[in-house]
Write a protein that binds this ligand. Structure first.
Ligand code: ZN
Length: 458
């Protein structure tokens, strides 16, 4: 090596080192759980999940995903980020991936098939690794604790032998609603960490943004990833911004030539997997158990009601339904109403902070319009199916809007009935009553009774 090229190399190394502080620093949020509890919880949840999905037992595919995952994970510099990761492929056509606390990580065959190159697939895996390292699941439960999680549940969660108790909480809420739905901030953080991993592993991090763009453009086929990982638009920009910060010197899209072969293999599994739009999804030859994609649940909303005291409100709901809290959202749903990790039947109660323009107080309908815009962003299949009606809830002015949306029950459309009203502190309070289209009128009397019982604190 000539002195000149040595100098160039030294300079290059110096530039790489100098570049490091430029990356967006990432800090995990507050967490009441230990790392060991994350691992324990993830292990419990993976047992449950693996009864519901079809894990591909092809060693070639599994080794490939494991190699890819390890390569990404090995670039992580956080000293505290050692988790027993294990990587799995799920035979499922929908484009999605998810990770459980402490390391179990699952990638659908549909994602492998949809990726144009290894960098795009790596982007999705890096994003999921990001959720694990930043401990978004248990951070979310921790935040719910301060919001309004009933103390009895939290006591059980944090007490000794937590995993067993928490498993019952998980069963009550549905694994998906506790572990797989994160805030947009958490998604952004996972994106940034994923982008950094891509870069450090030698991939072009822009491919991650390109993959989002491709999925967003695919409409009918690709929104699953976005419904579990909200807000594609801003996230694309954030990934691009981080890629620019890193310098984006990498041009490689593949580190190995295995990708194309694995994509063909994934396609074969995909052909045998149930289609996301196939009702019942029973096509799987190896018998997906767990019943989450099986027949329609029997929902009982009649009989006595009991009262739920939330923060700043009180509402009655059918006795057999359960209330649970996730961040600042209260879900009131029958246990069988949680289907395929989504709420097929039930009510969601939350608050929204509208953006005032030039300090002028918004009208209720203006604030409601902002809320609907945000909901539409998070739910690409959501549509207006009627105008806004002014109604009266216990003497308080409220707006009522009916939307249609894709139901978690495969192949079905649901009705989302949204009711909004002002809270005394200027936040917009809202309830969304949810049921599949063909069951909505049967549940409407129960929804009406819930709404009529609503009381906001003064
Ligand atoms: Zn995510």
């Amino acid at each position: 090596m000539s002195p000149r090229s040595l100098l160039a190399l030294t300079l290059a190394l110096f530039l790489v080192a100098a570049e490091l502080p430029a990356r967006t620093p990432l800090k995990p949020g507050r967490n009441a759980f230990s790392k060991e509890q994350d691992v324990e919880l993830g292990r419990e949840a993976s047992r449950k999940i693996e009864q519901q999905v079809k894990v591909v037992d092809d060693p070639a595919l599994r080794n490939y995903i494991t190699d890819l995952g390890r390569r990404l994970y090995s670039t992580v510099r956080e000293p505290d980020a050692n988790y027993p990761f294990n990587f799995h492929v799920v035979a499922d056509k929908s484009i999605n991936a998810f990770a459980l606390p402490g390391g179990p990580l699952y990638v659908n065959t549909g994602t492998i098939v949809a990726a144009d190159n290894e960098a795009q697939l790596a982007g999705v895996i890096g994003h999921e690794i990001g959720h694990v390292i930043m401990r978004h699941s248990t951070n979310q439960i921790t935040k719910a604790q301060t919001a309004q999680l009933p103390l009895a549940i939290l006591g059980a969660v944090l007490g000794s032998g937590a995993a067993g108790q928490l498993t019952s909480v998980v069963a009550q809420l549905g694994v998906g609603s506790v572990f797989l739905k994160f805030s947009r901030d958490a998604e952004r953080q996972a994106d940034v960490l994923g982008t950094q991993m891509l870069y450090d592993a030698g991939y072009n991090p822009e491919e991650m943004a390109r993959f989002f763009q491709k999925l967003a453009g695919e409409g009918g086929r690709g929104p699953e990833f976005f419904s579990d990982h909200p807000d594609p638009g801003n996230r694309m920009n954030a990934v691009q911004a981080e890629a620019r910060t890193l310098g984006a010197a990498r041009t490689s899209t593949a580190l190995t030539d295995r990708f194309q072969a694995m994509k063909r293999l994934a396609q074969q599994w995909n052909n045998r997997a149930p289609s996301p739009n196939q009702k019942g999804g029973g096509a799987s030859s190896s018998g997906t158990s767990g019943g989450s994609t099986g027949s329609r649940p029997e929902i009982n909303a009649s009989g006595t009601f009991r009262s739920y005291n939330g923060s700043g409100f009180r509402i009655s709901h059918p006795e057999s339904w359960n209330a649970s809290v996730q961040e600042s959202t209260v879900l009131i749903a029958p246990q069988q109403g949680v289907v395929n990790d989504g709420i097929a039947y039930g009510a969601m109660i939350s608050v929204f902070e509208p953006q005032e323009q030039r300090g002028v107080r918004l009208t209720l309908s203006e604030a409601t319009r902002q809320l609907l815009e945000q909901l539409a962003q998070q739910n690409p299949d959501m549509r207006r199916s009627g105008g806004t009606r002014s109604i009266n809830v216990n003497g308080i002015a409220a707006d009522s809007i009916t939307l249609s949306n894709k139901s978690p029950l495969r192949g079905e459309t649901e009705v989302d009935w949204v009711v909004t009203t002002w809270r005394p502190d200027g936040m917009l309070f809202y309830i969304i009553f949810i049921a599949p289209e063909r069951d909505f009128s049967r549940l409407k009397p129960a929804f009406d009774q819930m709404l009529n019982s609503l009381q906001l604190a003064n």
